[in-house]
Design a protein around this ligand. Structure first.
Ligand code: ATP
Ligand code: MG
Length: 303
């Protein structure tokens, strides 16, 4: 089984029946892959493996098709020995537990998982548009209309998580994918936790997106995701995160002081929303449910 997988995935992806064409999935019910499972355990033999989609820290992600339903998915293949070496089994278990239970159009679905002696396989919704980070890098920045759609969708998806007492804690362009209709998809729940969390916490994620309470090692709650949404909105419109600096300690100081500067040309209502999200005091941050009704969002979604 393992040899077949390797041959298909690594040696002859071009000749494999799987292609980029996604029309099949569009005509299919979202639940078809679940219907196909019908209570039984998944195994590698249930899938045809296609081209590699990307590489992560602990393994690779492949395009794959469930044989019975012909449903296209992304199969994330993690190597057990690498997971054990890094001591992240607990984190992975949490990621699986959380992501399998979330159902929201802006959150990447995890349909299930299975494992063999050497590997763990995560069955994920395939995001046809690829990484948001790559799109942002190639465009430099996004226009107001696209940014507003992304930010509004992110606010609603995060609010859905928070209602289920789940904090993402690692919102940044690298962890966002683009779906077939151009919609944003939150992926990578590796750092997420069930709230309420943490007495004191170890730093996780990239420093640029961390809120003051986390860089200062204080207690934090779901309002950390609101801060990250503000950083994200700034990066979408400006092309770089707001507190960027040479080295960790300089970034740390800028975050801690909320040393927020805007380049010329940003609209007043966009700056107003960014300021309301990037409040040092977590209690003073705008609630996620108010984001879709902010004038900047309303103005840009209307036009
Ligand atoms: P890292 O922590 O280094 O980002 P990771 O282990 O979290 O790695 P992922 O980011 O999940 O791995 O996956 C690696 C790459 O594979 C992604 O950057 C993306 O390009 C691609 N990829 C992952 N999941 C999907 C998916 N569902 N659909 C399409 N492409 C995907
Ligand atoms: Mg990742």
């Amino acid at each position: 089984m393992t040899t077949g997988f390797k041959r298909n995935a690594a040696q002859s992806p071009a000749r494999h029946p799987l292609s980029e064409n996604q029309t099949e999935n569009k005509n299919m019910e979202q639940s078809s892959i679940e219907a196909s499972k019908n209570g039984k355990q998944w195994c590698l033999n249930d899938f045809e493996i296609g081209k590699p989609l990307g590489r992560g820290k602990f393994g690779k992600v492949y395009l794959a098709r469930e044989k019975k339903s012909k449903y296209i998915v992304a199969l994330k293949v993690l190597t057990k020995s690498q997971l054990l070496k890094a001591g992240v089994e607990h984190q992975l278990r949490r990621e699986i537990e959380i992501q399998c239970h979330l159902r929201n159009r802006n959150i990447l679905r995890m349909y299930g998982y299975f494992y063999d002696n050497k590997r763990i396989y995560l069955i994920l919704e395939y995001s046809t548009g690829g990484e948001l980070y790559r799109k942002l890098t190639s465009k430099g920045r996004f226009n107001e209309k696209n940014s507003a759609k992304y930010i509004c969708d992110m606010a609603q998806a995060l609010s859905y998580c928070h209602a289920k007492h789940i904090i993402h804690r690692d919102i940044k362009p690298e962890n966002l994918l683009i779906g077939s209709r151009g919609e944003i998809k939150i992926a990578d729940f590796g750092w997420s936790v069930h709230a309420p969390t943490s007495r004191r916490n170890t730093l996780c994620g990239t420093l640029d997106y961390l809120p003051p309470e986390m860089v200062e090692g204080r207690e934090h709650d779901e309002m950390v995701d609101v801060w990250s949404l503000g950083v994200l909105m700034y990066e979408f419109l400006v092309g770089s995160p707001p507190f960027e600096a040479e080295g960790h300690s300089a970034t740390y100081r800028r975050i801690s002081r909320v040393d927020l500067k805007f380049p010329k040309g940003l609209s007043e209502d966009s700056k107003d929303l960014i300021r309301k999200l990037l409040q040092k005091d977590p209690r003073k941050r705008l609630s996620l449910d108010s984001v879709p009704n902010h004038p900047w969002v309303l103005r840009n979604l209307r036009s």
